[in-house]
Each structure stands twice: as structure tokens, then as C-alpha cells.
Design a protein around this ligand. Structure first.
Ligand SMILES: Nc1ncnc2c1ncn2[C@@H]1O[C@H](COP(=O)(O)OP(=O)(O)OP(=O)(O)O)[C@@H](O)[C@H]1O
Length: 247
């Protein structure tokens, strides 16, 4: 079902490297007895920021889960371009605030994929963790418990955990939800910086300001893809009011 593609299977027109980092066709997915995504087809361009936009329950988290490999599609085709397995940053609410973990331990968990859970980290692992925490501006919060952090700080710690996975494909579920405008802009700027440095970023978001600053939007309505392309073309007042209209 999930396959890797390479430049051979997706031949670029002029010999340039394939620009799709993820491609899916007729992708359907859901939960036992609850179909959610219905036959979605789109390409996620490499080295770009893609925003998944849509009302509550439209299927954004489910699509991210499928792209992250934690939810198996029921039908369709999902292909990944050349690169590392994706790093997935779940919704902040899905990570218990009361877990007895420090900020640093939380970021260190980003190394578990390579090292194994609770294994001793190597010097390189520690350097990766240091650099992720510095990049997200949480280096001086390392000793604090997750529950002692503000929402924005906790969110930046979770993104640092994603960064510590050293993937070139970062999937984030609502990284700015519940934050004040300053914290939202800070995270959006950080994510834009990551794209500039060679990461493909996909974020589910309710933050229309963040979505408008993305390179591309996938607009979901009731599990269907109802728009895709540049934000100015997709996030029109007509499309937004149609999608957010109560049934
Ligand atoms: N684990 C689950 N088991 C069964 N149904 C689920 C599960 N998780 C989500 N759903 C349902 O799937 C549908 C899509 O949910 P999903 O979380 O993907 O939407 P979303 O667009 O991310 O919503 P939100 O903006 O509220 O996070 C919803 O109807 C939801 O109730």
C-alpha cells in the first residue's frame, strides 16, 4: 500500500529532481466503522510549506496520521519521494501535560526512533537535541516539567522533539492552536525557517494567517478535498463560507 518512489518512478520532465515529496491518489482512510477520508488525490511539493485547512472533524488529523504512517489507508495509493521517514508532531492536547517528563526528556524522545526507548543517547544525539532546543528557543527550559511550561513553550518543545528526529519531512498537527498571536507568529516564522533550510513541512491548522503564509493549501470538507493550490486561490471568502456553513 505505502510505497517509496524515486526519480525513476516519477520521471521529472527535464531531468530535474522530482519535486513531489509525497503523492497520494484516491486515498481513503478512517477508523473501524467510521470512514473519514474519501478518495483524496494531491501532491505535496518538496521543500515547501503545505497547510491542511478545514472545519473540525473534516479529517485533517486523520490525513496527517495517514501521511505519518500511524493510520493505515483503506484504499488508494500513497507514495513518498526520496528522503527520511516523516517526523510527526501530534496535537499539543494529545500529549498529557501531567506526564512526569522534563522539557529536555521530551525532546530526547525524538532520538528514540534511531536509538530505542530509554537507551543512553550518544554524544551526537545530545548535540542534535541541543541544537533542536536552541533552534526552538527552549534551551533554557530543559529542566522544567512539561506541566510547568506555558502553552507556547510546550508547543515549541514538541516541535523541537520533531526536529530532533532529523527528518526532512515534518508533519505537525495544529502547532499554533490555542496560542496568542505573538506565539503563533513565532512558530509560523520558525516553520518557514525550517522550509528555507531544506525541510518539507505539512501542518494541519485552524490559523488562517498561518495557512495564508503557506506555499500551498489542501482544503478539506467532510473528508473530501474541496480545494488545493496556492492559498490565495484556495482560501477565498466563498470557499471558506461554503465549507464552514453549518449543515
Ligand atoms: N480514533 C477515532 N476513532 C473514531 N473516529 C475518530 C477517531 N479520531 C477521529 N475520529 C473521527 O474522524 C473524523 C475526522 O476527525 P479528524 O480528527 O481527522 O478531524 P480534524 O479535521 O483534524 O478535526 P479538528 O480540527 O477538530 O482536529 C471526526 O468525525 C472524528 O470524530
Amino acid at each position: 500500500m505505502t510505497t517509496m518512489f524515486n526519480n525513476k518512478s516519477l520521471p521529472p520532465p527535464d531531468g530535474a529532481p522530482a519535486k513531489e515529496r509525497v503523492r497520494f491518489r484516491d486515498l481513503s482512510a478512517g477508523y473501524p466503522g467510521r470512514p473519514v477520508l474519501r478518495q483524496l488525490s494531491a501532491d505535496i511539493t518538496a521543500l515547501s510549506m503545505t497547510a491542511l485547512v478545514g472545519p473540525n472533524g473534516s479529517g485533517k488529523s486523520t490525513l496527517l496520521g495517514v501521511l505519518a504512517g500511524v493510520i493505515t489507508a483503506t484504499s488508494g495509493r500513497l507514495q513518498y519521494g526520496r528522503g527520511t521517514p516523516p517526523a510527526f508532531v501530534p496535537q499539543r492536547g494529545a500529549v498529557g501535560d501531567t506526564l512526569p517528563l522534563t522539557a529536555r526528556q521530551t525532546v530526547e524522545m525524538g532520538r528514540w526512533g534511531e536509538r530505542g526507548p530509554w537507551r543512553r543517547l550518544t554524544r551526537r544525539d545530545r548535540a542534535v537535541v541541543d541544537s533542536a532546543m536552541e533552534r526552538l528557543g527552549v534551551a533554557d527550559l530543559g529542566a522544567l516539567q512539561l506541566g510547568e511550561l506555558s502553552g507556547g513553550q510546550r508547543q515549541r518543545v514538541l516541535i523541537a522533539q520533531g526536529l530532533a528526529q532529523r527528518s526532512d519531512l515534518l508533519l505537525l498537527d495544529e502547532p499554533t492552536t490555542g496560542l496568542d498571536p505573538g506565539a503563533r507568529r513565532r512558530i509560523t516564522a520558525l516553520l518557514t525557517g525550517l522550509v528555507a533550510d531544506g525541510t518539507t513541512v505539512v501542518q494541519a491548522t485552524h490559523d488562517l494567517e498561518a495557512a495564508r503564509s503557506a506555499d500551498a493549501c489542501l482544503l478539506l470538507g467532510d473528508g473530501r478535498l474541496v480545494g488545493q493550490g496556492p492559498p490565495a486561490q484556495v482560501l477565498t471568502p466563498e470557499a471558506l463560507s461554503r465549507i464552514w456553513q453549518p449543515a
